[in-house]
Design a protein around this ligand. Sequence first.
Ligand code: R5P
Length: 286
Amino acid sequence: MLVFGGTRSASLSWNVAKSMKAEVGKSEIKAFPDGEKYVRINSAVKGRECTVVQSIRSNDDFVELLLMLDTLRDLGANQVHAVMPYLAYMRQDKRFHVGEALSAKTILKLLYEVSDSITTINCHFLNEGGEAVYNHIRFMNLDAMPILLGYVGSKVENPFLIAPDKGSLSFAKAAASQLDCEFDHLSKTRLSGSEVRIDMKDLDVGGKDVLILDDIISTGGTIVEAAKLIRKGHPSSINVACVHGLFLNGIEHFKGEVDRLTSTDTLDNPVSKVSVGDLIGQSILR
Ligand code: R5P
């Protein structure tokens, strides 16, 4: 097995290769002055099984991945696995308004065209890990919540789990059972792409280590609003953990509002302390 890393997931791909005891594939990736991507595979791949690890956070990441996967096939790789630890566009899995693009379907369909298997982590529109079929496309959705919680849970003494909205309730429930603690959810109304309103309910969080869990933190608007309200209940600490930390407004945005912020390394950021390398490696080996 050869493991290639795209530019978005270069260091994570090393962890994946290490976990699989696999060779790291050599490639050259750059951008032309006009922004077009250039990809060259420098390892001999004919007849070999290859995995490409590349989170998709931007459109450029996606084009780079498509070029890598298709080139590996052209060069005669016998199986090509596409692993997108973070896969963007999964929030548009339904047509919420007439005429909208079904982005999740289009992205998965294109990946399916150029690979033999598709793996992602905590896909936004799914509530649990395992094999999934969406619009006739089969893919693996790994669940990084248990390893994330294993890490965060070891840092707090008296946890009280909170999901920021009803949508996150199912994994908050599972997380509360892993940590053997109480849990609840807030009620969130999205006002715009960057603004949310959170309605407070009576939460008995006094003296507790609140742990707010979400799959994605994007602007951070949801978490900061939630933390402000929860602080009024005098918890002993507010801890926030997410699988995919985009942190579009930077980590500073959380200063003073949150005591501990943690994410996995599906995306590199200053708090990506929990590696999903083994989770991916062991799943591909299976
Ligand atoms: C929403 O359904 C997700 O689980 C997150 O709560 C959301 O994407 C977070 O967005 P933001 O950080 O911009 O509030």
